[in-house]
Write a protein that binds this ligand. Structure first.
Ligand code: IVH
Length: 725
């Protein structure tokens, strides 16, 4: 050991130190058998720091020194992929698959050999190995730039940190590989069991759990823990527990590689040969890859896994078919979105059977009473489902389901679960029909349709029905309304149950003293009795911010029937003042573009109720801004700018991204033309992305979009992604 320390080459010593430190960390977090004392660990760590200071060329992104002391920004650093990660075109039927094969055959004038493999429902990653060592591991991001999760990758044993060379498979100087990170179904189930046993909500599916796990901020948690340890804080044990769990989760992730990007060195001739090389270097490849001579073989493969979908240890959502010969792949080429030499055959949405245990009703924010199915929990398309809305009584009748029936349940991908209908032949005669309650399950008030002939029935006790109150208070804080992050559903329930607020009118004026009287918003402190929780402190700050949100958000927060963001924006834009909106008649209101007579009626009706006007008065007294801010050019940086948004922009919901553009004064358009100023391209973009390139319009990724919103169009033009060659 001493000899190595004094005499070894710097690079060799560096590797040795990194391995020892990594190993110590893994042991420390993975199980309790620590191999090094803290002091020994520190000595090694300092030696590594000194070595890197003397030899900066040795520092790589995955060095342990690169993660400690970093700022907890809540974000990962961007990494530009060496070669763009493309998407795949889909085929949803045997015919579509055959059409793809026919086109390939026509383009080539021959039938190429095809490689079939499973489409893993995981998270795409891009890994770069330089001289055999992992340089970076990044998420897919927008295909060009992903997030750097290298630090986390080191805690995933399934991902090799260095490649093994052999005579048969020498390791290239530089190689970029692509694959999916996923949770095996069993690990996912175990994780959800652990999560739910702690009283937390389970992950919806293995894919979400994988994404959540890979993107945990391990490094900042470590830093936080280190700082707490230094202070001798009592929260150390909790943080240690959290970190432990976070790392155990990471340890459960698996990898399968299915592609190559940049490859410096002797390149393989076939996709299947590339896999053999990848496997030779120690990378996990699928054992279910098959090369077939023609389409019939593909169809047999698709049929086989259609039947044996659940025999695979991870979730799959289809089969990927690739032309095996790499030169032929090159001849076929790619569109800006996807290669022509590959296609994803997607399995149809899954239908399962489960028992309909009961039909219960839910009372919504505006009093609407909605029946929903309570079912024996069942796994469908990767997640466990036990509830599904049935919309209204007519729908229950239309579907013909009885309580106690076996029912067919469907869920396609992320789509909401849906009860399709009963398995009639399984009936025993003990099933019973659902009867819509006559009284509100929450407050006991007799239910009635709002108007004669309405399908929906409502609880008319809007003012004090506990269900409606909870939903309305929660709604005030929701993202589409005043966006108060510290006020979630549980907090809303606590505020009402503890009598801190009587209704939504009291929410904006909440004070620290009021929250101090709450059990939910305080915790015990040995010195000071009960003190506000961090969440409560945060809530007070956020309430202040919420008071100066744009007028349309205030209008949405009022829970006026039929008034969503679009109508609220129209009202705010055209009338600009809540007092004027309150005193406008139906005629005046329905003259506003985007506001029809139904909405106008609802607004007039709403303001006619005295306690509604009290809500407005209380908000005003709390300091909520009730008029549109005078618009100056400075606050509307996107005045006259037209933006098209396609795909999912990382960090934004679709509506959120649109609203952000509109709030800044810009216009969102549905189609790309020469007049489009910017096309924002997110994940899984549609053909608009191609059109943007064809018309030479500036394309923005998620980062560029942030520049547009924060710095305006000039800066965004600079940040635009150069058009594809
Ligand atoms: S090949 C250029 N093979 O599916 C071809 N992708 O829907 C790139 N995926 O982003 C992809 N399993 O992350 C390929 N065996 C497989 C795959 C696979 C899952 C993912 C991949 C891609 C997405 C496209």
């Amino acid at each position: 050991m001493a000899k190595a320390r004094d005499g070894a080459e710097p690079a060799a010593r560096w590797r040795e130190l990194v391995e020892q430190i990594d190993d110590a960390r893994r042991r420390y977090y993975g199980d309790d058998a620590a191999t090094l004392s803290d002091a020994e660990y520190d000595v090694l760590f300092r030696e590594l720091e000194a070595l890197e200071a003397a030899h900066p060329e040795l520092v790589s992104a995955d060095s342990p020194t690169q993660s400690v002391g970093g700022e907890a920004s809540g974000m990962f650093a961007p990494v530009e992929h060496l070669q763009r990660l493309l998407s795949l075109d889909n085929a949803f039927s045997a015919d579509e698959l055959a059409a793809w094969a026919a086109r390939v055959e026509r383009d080539l004038g021959a039938v190429p050999e095809l490689l079939c493999e499973l489409k893993v429902d995981g998270l795409a990653v891009d890994i770069v190995y330089e001289r055999g060592r992992m340089r970076s591991l990044a998420t897919r991001g927008d295909g060009r730039v992903g997030e750097d999760v290298t630090y986390n990758a080191r805690f995933i044993p399934a991902i090799p940190k260095s490649l093994t060379a052999s005579a048969e498979h020498p390791v290239p100087e530089l190689v970029e590989v692509r694959g999916e990170v996923y949770f095996p179904t069993a690990a996912f189930d175990a994780l959800n069991l652990e999560v739910t046993s702690q009283g937390l909500s389970p992950f919806a599916n293995a894919r979400n759990a994988g994404a959540g796990t890979l993107r945990q901020r391990i490094d900042s948690r470590e830093n936080e823990l280190a700082a707490m340890r230094e202070k001798g804080s009592t929260t150390v044990a909790r943080l240690e527990g959290e970190l432990d769990l976070a790392l155990k989760r990471l340890g459960g992730l698996q990898l399968v590689v299915h592609g190559i990007g940049v490859w410096h060195g002797h390149e393989p001739a076939r996709q299947s040969e590339a896999y053999a090389a990848l496997r030779g270097w120690g990378l996990p490849t699928s054992e279910r890859v098959q090369v077939v001579p023609e389409l019939a073989g593909v169809q047999a493969y698709v049929d086989f896994y259609g039947e044996h979908r659940h025999d695979v240890e991870h979730e799959i959502d289809g089969v990927v078919v690739k032309v095996d010969d790499l030169a032929t792949q090159g001849r076929l080429g790619s569109t800006s979105r996807a290669p022509r030499w590959a296609i994803a055959y997607k399995y149809p949405p899954e239908v399962v059977r489960t028992r309909l245990l009961d039909i219960e009703v839910n009372v919504g924010r505006t009093g609407r009473v909605t029946p929903f199915a309570v079912m024996a929990p069942v796994k469908v398309a990767g997640s466990t489902v036990s509830m599904a809305t049935l919309h209204n009584q007519e729908e229950v009748v239309r579907k013909g389901v009885l309580i106690g029936d076996m029912v067919f349940l469907r869920k396609a991908g992320d789509v909401i679960p849906e009860v399709l209908g009963p398995v009639v032949e399984d009936r025993t005669g003990t099933e019973r029909a659902f009867v819509m309650p006559t009284h509100c399950p929450s407050c006991g008030t007799p239910l009635a349709p709002a108007k004669e002939g309405d399908v929906d029935i409502r609880c008319p006790n809007q003012r004090s029905c506990p269900s409606q109150l909870r939903e309305r208070v929660f709604h005030v804080a929701s993202r589409g309304a005043l966006d108060i992050e510290g006020l979630g559903f549980k907090a809303a329930v606590a505020l009402l149950d503890e009598g801190i607020v009587a209704d939504e009118g009291d929410v904006l004026g909440l004070t620290a003293d009021q929250l101090r009287a709450s059990v939910f918003f305080t915790r015990a402190d040995s010195a000071e009795g009960r003190v506000l929780t961090a969440n409560a402190e945060k809530l007070l700050v956020e309430l202040e911010t919420a008071k100066s949100r744009p007028l349309w958000r205030v209008i949405v927060a009022l829970s006026i029937r039929h008034v969503g963001p679009t109508a609220a924006q129209a009202l705010a834009r055209e009338i600009g003042d809540l007092d004027r909106i309150a005193t406008s008649g139906v005629e005046e209101l329905s003259a506003v573009e985007g506001v029809g007579p139904i909405i106008a009626d609802a607004v007039v009706e709403w303001f006619a109720v005295d306690w509604h006007r009290d809500v407005v008065r209380k908000w005003r007294e709390a300091g909520v801004r009730m008029a549109e801010e005078r618009v100056d050019a400075g606050s509307r940086p996107l005045d006259g700018v037209t933006v098209v948004i396609t795909g999912t922009v990382e960090g934004w919901s679709r509506d959120g991204a649109m609203l952000a553009v509109q709030e800044a004064g810009g216009k969102v358009s549905g189609s790309v033309s020469k007049k489009t100023d910017f096309v924002v391209v997110g994940e899984n973009p549609g053909s608009k992305a191609e059109k943007a390139v064809a018309l030479g319009r500036p394309v923005l990724d998620a980062t560029g979009f942030a520049v547009l919103l924060e710095q305006g169009p000039d800066a965004a033009r600079e940040a635009a992604v150069p058009p594809l060659a």
